[in-house]
Design a protein around this ligand. Structure first.
Ligand code: ADP
Ligand code: MN
Length: 253
């Protein structure tokens, strides 16, 4: 039974076209035994047919491009158990009324963290914020809509892309922050040009795992940080908007 699974897994993973030594190293680091099993289950469910290489290698997670059974691109975010910030995860989860987790089990914390990311994405999407459509969260793996072009090039980060209409993009982002706050009762908490993709000129908000409900003890502090970061990025984009203007745009009814 195990060897059959191993075989199928090998087949699944042999399809991934990881280029270069760095990617290969990352590949083996990411795919520990339990992660492989999780990927295998997701493959059996039809969510991942192939993995096609790394889009990003972050501090705590790797994001891969995949293809599902229907031939659609998907983004597969895999949290690494070895390098996750458990203290932070614990702290953010504890103050969240949606989760009743009193554990110091690291895997369990990561799983809750991934569930939190999925639920935040769902919540954001429900109120009209453009985010990757969440597909499924399983253990330390999140599968979501791939943001990019038809041939599989991932969208660029706002921070790294040339924006043709900065004013439009900035206003859209502030509208998103506002409805996220007022309608979804969520604060992103790590919003900046590094967590906003530009897809066909449209901003798409990503990486919302640390997002907290507005009644979380640190929501105010996080919102202030988001505003500070956006202010800095908007300035870099050549916009002349003050922090107070940003604040009033977000808080305005
Ligand atoms: P982290 O910053 O914690 O490593 P992110 O969720 O920000 O994780 O993802 C890392 C990078 O992967 C992003 O900066 C972006 O370039 C890419 N990425 C993440 N989600 C998607 C997605 N749904 N579609 C395309 N690219 C994505
Ligand atoms: Mn990020």
């Amino acid at each position: 039974k195990v060897s059959k699974a191993d075989n199928d897994l090998r087949k699944l993973l042999s399809e991934k076209r990881l280029k270069g030594d760095e990617d290969r190293r990352v590949g083996s680091e990411v795919f520990d035994r339990l992660t492989l099993e999780t990927l295998y289950k997701l493959a059996k469910m039809g969510h991942i047919n192939k993995l096609q290489g790394a889009i990003s290698t972050g501090k705590e997670a790797n994001v891969f491009k995949g293809i599902d059974d229907d031939g659609n691109f998907v983004a597969v975010k895999i949290y690494r158990v070895g390098t996750s910030d458990f203290k932070k995860m614990q702290y953010y989860i504890q103050g969240d009324p949606r989760f009743n987790v009193r554990t110091s089990n690291k895997r369990q914390l990561i799983n809750t963290w991934v569930t939190k990311e999925l639920r935040n994405l769902t919540r954001a999407q429900e109120v009209g914020v453009r985010v990757p459509r969440p597909i499924i969260a399983k253990n330390n793996v999140l599968v979501m809509e791939f943001i990019g072009d038809d041939i599989g090039n991932p969208a660029q980060l706002m921070r790294q892309s040339k924006i043709s209409d900065p004013e439009y993009v900035a206003n859209k982002i502030l509208e998103y922050v506002k409805i996220l706050y007022k309608d979804a009762k969520l604060v992103h908490g790590d919003l900046s040009g590094y967590n906003i993709l530009i897809d066909d000129g449209e901003p798409v908000i990503i990486d919302i795992s640390q997002g907290v409900m507005v009644d979380h003890p640190i929501s105010r502090e996080l919102l202030k940080r988001d505003i500070d970061n956006l202010y800095r990025d908007f300035k870099k984009m050549g916009l002349q908007i003050s922090k107070d203007q940003i604040k009033s745009k977000i808080m305005d009814l």
